[in-house]
Design a protein. Structure first.
Length: 381
């Protein structure tokens, strides 16, 4: 379960009494080899593929024992536990984790160590223990390679050539582990665990989704199954849209809310060049490009407008980022309800799309690329 990071909405250590809840999900653990007295706990709904409900809390360890309770009335949650380093303890301890799927109103017991732990719960957990045992030899090999890469990064000896060489060793092992999961899904299409395993497989999940039986489709993992089905359909639509997003094509019109909560329609900006900047406060390269964006906006603002399209942020984070980085151009926020990244076939961030005064696509630049600024200089010289 090392594929994801998760958060916890409410988690208390050794809780004897709690506030009333629709259902209490409980995770207990007895761990060995723990130097820390605190666990960092993260959780999110299994159906939250974009991790937008990510929250973080802590739970106390007393002689290696802990109890974590969270309120949840419908959707299974993925929960991760990390040892919180003491003062002076290397941060690498945070990379060790225990992950578990917690079902509404049920209890899961964890035992062992951060390196090797076991879970005891319902039929899902029993099946997952079998799959984990089959995957462990592959995970151990991948972990060894990851440790080598991190060690080289730390001492400054990691060259692109060495990284490529290690990747060539890593990727076949990862492929072998994926095959273990694929084989399990094919052999057990009616089990809830098969739906969960699909979320590990990336692009390969689309080929296997139709194998899932009705029982699993409508069982406890139904929200995850529906989310994956929707995501795959959306990705196909995105890929189709991307084929049509070429220079000379008419830019799809849209209406989104601006910083004041008012509707802003793209076509209302006709008559001058418009740069659609698909970005997010979480995107390091987007933020890195802010100084150049501000410089070029000031340079050409009499002949072009920039419309920042914030993606994957909460409204609060979006507004805070605009204020923090003092972004002087127009801004709107993309939402799941009117996801224009699908219409525009957006695959990476930042993506900058220059639209001419007639509303046609003039240039598409993916990433923070100097070619974008060179294009503007040539366009407005």
């Amino acid at each position: 379960m090392n594929k994801k990071q998760f958060s916890l909405l409410a988690c208390t250590a050794l809780l004897c009494a709690c506030q009333p809840a629709q259902k209490q999900t409980t995770i207990t653990g007895t761990l060995t080899g723990m130097e820390s007295d605190t666990l960092i706990v993260n959780y999110f709904a299994v159906s939250d593929l974009s991790r937008r409900t990510l929250n973080t809390d802590t739970v106390a360890l007393q002689e290696g024992k802990f109890t974590c309770q969270l309120e949840n009335d419908s959707v299974p949650m993925e929960v991760y536990f990390y040892a919180k380093p003491r003062n002076g303890t290397p941060m690498k301890l945070l990379r060790k984790s225990m992950g578990v799927v917690a079902f509404p109103g049920e209890t899961v017991e964890l035992s062992g160590s951060m390196d090797e732990y076991h879970m005891k719960g319902n039929a899902f957990h029993q099946a997952y223990e079998k799959v984990r045992a089959l995957c462990k030899p592959h995970e151990d090999k991948m972990h060894e390679i990851t440790q080598v890469i991190m060690g080289m990064q730390s001492d400054g000896t990691l060259t692109p050539e060495r990284l490529d060489s290690l990747r060539q060793i890593y990727e076949p092992i990862n492929a072998d582990m994926k095959k273990v999961k694929e084989d399990y899904i094919r052999q057990h299409p009616d089990e809830d665990i098969s739906v969960y395993l699909l979320s590990d497989l990336g692009k390969e999940a689309g080929d296997l989704l139709d194998l899932i039986g009705k029982k699993a489709q409508n069982g406890p993992m139904a929200p995850l199954y529906k989310a994956m089905k929707g995501a795959i359909a959306q990705q196909k639509a995105r890929e189709e849209a991307r084929k049509n997003m070429v220079e000379g094509a008419v830019a799809p019109d849209f209406t989104l809310k601006d910083l004041q909560g008012k509707d802003l329609t793209l076509s209302s900006l006709r008559g001058k060049y418009v740069v659609l900047d698909f970005w997010g406060s979480w995107c390091g390269w987007c933020i890195k490009g802010v100084p150049d964006m501000k410089k070029y906006y000031e340079k050409y603002k009499d002949r072009m407008e920039i419309l920042g399209v914030d993606c994957r942020d909460t409204e609060e984070k979006w507004k805070a980022a605009v204020e923090k980085y003092e972004l002087p151009w127009l801004h709107v926020r993309n939402t799941d309800e009117t996801d224009i990244t699908v219409k525009y076939g957006i695959q990476g961030y930042p993506t900058k799309i220059v639209i001419d005064p007639e509303g046609k696509v003039a240039k598409i630049v993916i990433g923070e690329d100097p070619a974008f600024y060179k294009y503007l200089d040539e366009l407005f010289k």
